[in-house]
Design a protein around this ligand. Structure first.
Ligand SMILES: [Zn+2]
Ligand SMILES: [Zn+2]
Ligand SMILES: [Zn+2]
Length: 219
């Protein structure tokens, strides 16, 4: 299967800048996969996407595990990156730890996805590279599906928080209206209270005057 040279030269790149692998800075857009990695939405080339998700597939046969890797008895884990290789893919029961997966054995020059250049200089992929690409595409799809679910849960959580905030604001408004009502009632009652207290003072004053008159008369 032939591959396009790169979408970075296509006409629509003026409006859409080429997607770049966040890890190796590759700009070959036709092999860039979207993924949500460590809570950040990002893009990786096929090789980097596989390297960043070592526990999601077998690095030899490229079976996608979809969050359920083979049982401990049927896998061997890489001592460097934690990838899980099928026992039969790693060479059978004779494999004993520490085991290093293919990319960890040669981290400087190994690449999961290195397209073949044919006699005409056209890049193409064979069956094994297609399986690598398909595995990366499945990891990307699973990652984006999780991202969608996360975004949905986040939107629902924020919706619930907004509803609670709205309810609290309404309760606060009711409290303010009640306090305002009470303040009005207090203001309406105050003149009566002061009038009553004035009357009481006047009564006391009159009583005092009467008592003074009595004292004067006695003397
Ligand atoms: Zn890359
Ligand atoms: Zn395998
Ligand atoms: Zn490894």
């Amino acid at each position: 299967m032939n591959l396009p040279s790169s979408t970075s030269n296509s006409a629509n790149t003026t409006s859409n800048p080429p997607e770049i692998c966040e890890n190796c800075r590759s700009q070959d857009s036709w092999i860039i996969h979207p993924a949500r990695y460590r809570s950040i939405f990002t893009f990786f080339c096929t090789h980097c996407l596989l390297r960043k998700h070592p526990a999601s597939f077998c690095p030899t046969c490229f079976s996608f595990y979809d969050s359920s890797p083979p049982h401990h008895s049927r896998r061997v884990s890489c001592s460097d990156c934690g990838s899980h290789t099928h026992i039969h893919c790693a060479g059978g029961e004779a494999v004993s730890p520490p085991y290093r997966c293919p990319p960890c054995r040669d981290p400087d020059s190994f690449s999961f996805f290195r397209p073949i250049i044919d006699a005409n200089g056209v890049r193409c992929v064979d069956k094994s590279l297609s399986e690598v690409f398909l595995c990366a595409a499945k990891i990307s799809a699973a990652s984006m599906s999780k991202a969608v679910n996360f975004a949905k849960c986040e939107a629902e959580r924020r919706g619930r928080e907004a509803a609670v905030a709205k309810m609290r604001a309404r309760e606060a408004l009711v409290d303010v209206l009640k306090l305002d009502e009470k303040a009005k009632l207090d203001r309406d009652q105050k003149p009566n209270v002061s009038h009553a207290s004035t009357n009481s003072v006047q009564v006391k004053k009159q009583n005092t005057l009467v008592q003074l008159d009595r004292v004067k008369q006695e003397h």
